[in-house]
Design a protein around this ligand. Sequence first.
Ligand SMILES: NC(=O)c1ccc[n+]([C@@H]2O[C@H](COP(=O)([O-])OP(=O)(O)OC[C@H]3O[C@@H](n4cnc5c(N)ncnc54)[C@H](OP(=O)(O)O)[C@@H]3O)[C@@H](O)[C@H]2O)c1
Length: 313
Amino acid sequence: MKAIVYKKFGDSDVLQLVEQPIPTLKADQVLVRVKAFSINPMDWKIRKGEMTLMSGSAFPKHTGTDFSGTVEATGSSVNGLKKGDKVFGVVKNMMKEGASAEYVAVTSSLVWKKPENISYPQAASIPVVGTAAVTALEKMGDITSQKILIIGASGGFGMFLLQLLKQRGAKVTAVTSSQGAEYAKKWGAHSVIDYTKTNVLSNNALYDTVIDLSGKIGYDKAKQIMKAKALYLNPTPKPIEIPMSLLKNLLRSKKHRVILSNPSTKYTDVLLGAVKNGLLIEVNKVFQFDQFREAYQYAEHGGYSGKVVIQMT
Ligand SMILES: NC(=O)c1ccc[n+]([C@@H]2O[C@H](COP(=O)([O-])OP(=O)(O)OC[C@H]3O[C@@H](n4cnc5c(N)ncnc54)[C@H](OP(=O)(O)O)[C@@H]3O)[C@@H](O)[C@H]2O)c1
C-alpha cells in the first residue's frame, strides 16, 4: 500500500510517498481502507521538529491521526463492526501508524460508524479537534452566565467549540481574521473581533474564560483580559506546563488549565449528538492523495476556515 512518511524534520517537501505492506491485524483491531484523512496543526509541528520531547527523533515517522473509510477486515475478538461498514476513527500513535496511508489497522474502540448524513471528509474532521472541543467544554464548567473568549475561533477546533457552546446557550466572543468572521458568526459567536484591526488585549472587556487557539497570546498576556476569578485554557502546553500549572493554580485565582485531546467513544457520542442537532462540519478544501505536499502547505499557511482534508484517489 502507499503511505506518507518522512525521514528528517522539515517543511512539507520532506514528505515522501512510499510502498509498504498492508498492516497485519491483531485480534482487537479493525483494518480500514482509508477514504479520507484530515490535517491537524500537530502534523506539521511534529514534522518540523517543534515537539521532539514528545516525538523523539527516530525516523521514519508517519503522519495523520483522524481518518474515515470502510472496514476491510476485523480481528477475531472484534464485535459490532463488519467488512464494508462505513467508519471513522483515530490511530493511537500517528508517528508509527499514520492515517495518511491506504490502510490503517486500529483498535476497534477507536473506530466508530460514520453517520450517513456526513461525508467521508467531514467524518475524518471530527475526532481530534472535536474531542479537544468537548474537553474544553468540560473544563469550562457551568457556562450559563459566563463571558467566553475564543482566540483563533475559525479553525477546526474553534468550529466545534463555538457550535457546542452555541447549542448550550453560551455567550461567546470570537477573535478571527477578516475572512474567519463570517464563519465564527455562522457557528454561533455573539460578537467577533477582527485581529487584523483590533488588539483584543486593549479592548476593555473582561472574560470568565479565555481559550487561545491561535497560540499567539498565552496566559501571561491573557491575564489582563480575565476577570479576577477566571479560567485560561491552553491547548498547546509545553510539557513542563502540565504539572506546573496544577501547582501554580494553588496560589492564583486566574487559573491555567491545559487541554489534551484523547478521543474515545464517550467524546464521539457527544460529538455525534451535536451533529444530529445541527453542528456543521465545514471542510474548506479537499485535496487528492497525490497532492499531499500542496495540501500540507495550504493547511499550514492558514487563512481558511474549518478543516483541510486529503482524500484517497
Ligand atoms: N491539546 C489538544 O489536544 C489539541 C487538539 C487539537 C488542536 N490543538 C491545538 O489547538 C490549536 C488550534 O487547532 P486548530 O486545528 O483549530 O488549528 P487551525 O485550524 O490552524 O486554527 C487556528 C486559527 O487561529 C487563527 N489565527 C492565526 N493567527 C491568529 C491571531 N493572531 N489571532 C487570532 N487568531 C489567529 C487562524 O486564522 P487565520 O488563518 O484566518 O489567521 C486559524 O483559524 C492548534 O495549536 C492545535 O495544535 C490542540
